[in-house]
Design a protein around this ligand. Structure first.
Ligand code: S3P
Length: 424
């Protein structure tokens, strides 16, 4: 199957539930007492990996598509798995669950697919080891498979070098079991879904600036959670609506947490006409996002905004390719350690489409405005690359073929049919 130039995008769409929040709902539900019901859960492969791991740890989880029910057994309710835990392609599963497993009275081996086995885990092994954890990278390369020998932990104040919600959350989850308080300070505030949801479940947690502190051994209780739409999935339609002439689309019920809304800020800085409607501010804020076609200009994306749009940078690069003038993306070296090296993979694929783009150590320089041409895109099995280049194909002359396009099942199983439903 190939993708081709679209005349316009029109209509309404509801994107699936937020990936980060869906993972956390299962994990925190498992560690709480009683039933947790999760609506609008993302049925993507990553979140199903989290469900699979917690089932292996003895938690009963019913998945009835519209509602997930987790029969939580409290902080001490996990049991030793009878086999190796498989996190699939999911960095969030691997890193967050490690914080929990580090404190269990049993040993676990945790692994994942070829991509996960290349992703850096020292960033969680080091702080967890400072808490007393015994975690071994079995191949000695700082990556999974990890052998986690559960033990008693002590609270620390961890100064993180990276703004990473996965690192922060791993340490906070270990902190649920530690002796004394645990704090994490990060250079820039990363997504704070763990903080918001842990408090909802009854944890004692306080945030002050870029520091968050958790008290140990709370009594977590099952809750009803409604997952907002994923702004990282909405980002593809935001980009498509802005890029394809004559487009006018409404994306319903999207999470607009300020630690995640960088795509809105960057798109507006590029001249994008985006309006938020029906804003709600209970727990995780949400809104409907109205997008109309807008001629875009280049911009500079750097500094504190980066963690709030880190997963959206591939599709922002596509927007930059179509924008007049130069876009500079800096301070985004983290892109190199995502599901693929997204600096290299975006640069190669946009170059193949005829864009003037240069990779840098911590980002990209994109001289936009030249017409794109269809190309054969190597997704490297990275869902965000496949979706970003499906959007690029809508404004490219000729056919675009995306290799391993089915990798979108990681975060958005119905992506291609949802996109087709808007194309005129
Ligand atoms: C996530 C945090 C981010 C993000 C990832 C999901 C999370 O990763 O890129 O897609 O759910 O905590 P880092 O913590 O590595 O920045």
């Amino acid at each position: 199957m190939f993708l081709e130039k679209a005349k316009s995008l029109r209509g309404e769409i509801t994107v699936p539930g937020d990936k980060s929040i869906s993972h956390r709902a299962v994990m925190f539900g498992a560690l709480s007492r009683g039933r947790t019901e999760v609506r609008n859960f993302l049925q993507g492969a990553d979140c199903l990996s989290t469900i699979g791991c917690f089932r292996e740890l003895g938690i009963e989880i019913e998945n009835r598509e519209d509602v997930i029910t987790i029969h939580g057994r409290g902080l001490d309710g996990l049991s030793a798995p009878s086999r190796i835990l498989d996190a699939g392609n999911s960095g969030t599963t691997t890193r967050l669950i490690s914080g929990i497993l580090a404190a269990q009275p049993f040993e676990t081996i945790l692994t994942g697919d070829a991509s996960i086995r290349k992703r850096p885990m020292r960033r969680i092994i080091e702080p967890l080891a400072m808490m007393g954890a015994d975690i071994e990278s079995m191949d000695g390369n700082g990556c999974a498979p990890l052998k986690i020998h559960g033990t008693s932990l002590k609270g620390i104040h961890y100064l993180s070098r990276v703004a990473s919600a996965q690192v922060k959350s791993a340490v906070l989850l270990a902190g649920l079991y530690a002796e004394g308080e645990t704090s994490v300070t990060e250079p820039v505030l990363s997504r704070n879904h763990s903080e918001i949801m842990l408090e909802t479940f009854g944890a004692r947690i306080r945030a002050e600036g870029n520091t968050v502190t958790i008290s140990p051994r709370p009594c977590l209780e099952g809750r009803k959670i409604i997952v907002p739409g994923d702004i990282s999935s909405a980002a593809y339609f935001i980009a498509a609506g802005l890029l394809v002439p004559d487009s006018d689309i409404l994306i319903r019920n999207v999470g607009i947490n300020p630690t995640r809304d960088g795509i809105l800020r960057a798109a507006r800085a590029m001249g994008g006409k985006i309006t938020l409607l029906n804003e709600k501010h209970e727990g995780e804020p949400t809104a409907d996002i109205h997008v109309v076609y807008s001629p875009l200009q280049g911009t500079v994306i750097e500094g504190d905004i980066i963690p709030a749009l880190i997963d959206e940078l591939p599709v922002i690069a596509v927007m930059a390719a179509a924008a007049e003038g130069t876009t500079i993306i800096r301070d985004a070296a983290e892109l190199k350690v995502k599901e693929s090296d997204r600096i290299q993979v975006v640069t190669e694929n946009l170059s193949a489409m005829g864009c003037d783009i240069t990779a840098t150590d911590d980002g990209m320089v994109i001289n936009g405005g030249s017409p794109l041409k269809g190309a054969s895109i190597l997704s490297h099995n990275d869902h965000r690359i496949a979706m970003s280049f499906a959007i690029a194909s809508l404004i490219a002359e000729g056919e675009t073929v995306i290799r391993d396009r089915e990798c979108v099942t990681i975060s958005y199983p119905d992506f291609y049919s949802d996109l087709a439903s808007l194309c005129r």
